[in-house]
Design a binder for this molecule. Sequence first.
Ligand SMILES: [Zn+2]
Length: 379
Amino acid sequence: MRRRLSEKVSGLLASMSCLLLLAGCTPRSAQAVELQQVPTPIPMALIEVVPLPAAEPPATSPVEAEPAPSMEEEPLRFTFPTPVAEAVSAWRPPLVPVPWAMTPYDHFYFSRPIATDAVNWPSADYRYGDFFPDSDIVHTGVDIAADRGVPVIAAASGKVTWAGEGLYKGGVIEGDPYGLAVAIRHNFSYDQQNIYTIYAHMDRVDVKVGQVVEAGEQLGIVGSTGKTTGPHLHFEVRIESNNFFYTRNPELWLAPPQGWGVLVGKMIDRYGFPLNKIKVKVISDDMDKTWVVRTYGPTSVNKDDFYQENLVLSDLPAGDYWIEFRVRWKDYRHKITIKPGMVNYFTFLERPGTFSDTLPAPGSGSVFEPAVLEPIVNP
Ligand SMILES: [Zn+2]
């Protein structure tokens, strides 16, 4: 899979040092968003959005064909730890049109599942790969703290493959942690694999299995069904299979606001393993503002096929930032620049204690590891 990607991009690497030279494209006609702050648009040829064949076998059951996960395994936590209401007052630029990718590695295919007139960004308290304190239970999506009753909308077009209770346990309704949920199989693919998005904890579902929906179409309303302590939307992106073992970090798939970018880090300890649960401060002197994000926990979330990251922080206005964190009683500090509309990547190696902002060559086995799908068994 990566080999094919590397073949595709190998000819482009020479120009990667100057990404903004990439040729222009035409955004989707449905997008009426004015692009005033966005640098050179994407070359659509680089985006691997391949329409899927229209003919699909009729759904005989709302249950997907993939094997249901064992009920002994409980790798998901749906409880919303601290439902803190975030103010909507902070003005945000409109989103870039989707699909959006300024590099051959990016894949911002989805608009937000909540409209821009409400909280539509991931809660900072509980991101993908985050853990509850003193818990081995990992979070396989992002939580969006919109108010109860706010419309939940399709992040892109596709067909509804699940609508109602029982998503997690494959039809067993009682105690399903997702509550009232919708799954969409999108009518485009990534690297020839199906893409699914999941919308959970809704108070009401407004679509049926088999229904074809367009981006922005209402799927239901924000609620608190399933395992949750407060109303919010749990949103997942799944690649290849509609199963929680196949999730990816939604912050790498949701379109950023215009002029804003995404920070992605790969932080490796002295033994060559990912640094887990490290609290990282991202500090903007210009804005006098600090973001806090943690590296992924030790188990069970999937890294991006290309970046192999263990830290993602989206929605950062373009500009200069300091990254600060502590590993084994030693403090580290590194300056980064967030460029808009794209992933901004860094690596940190505890030994010898160095940073790099350079994207490694695709396919170089010394840097990238294969994505590992490790289900957590939670006793
Ligand atoms: Zn969640």
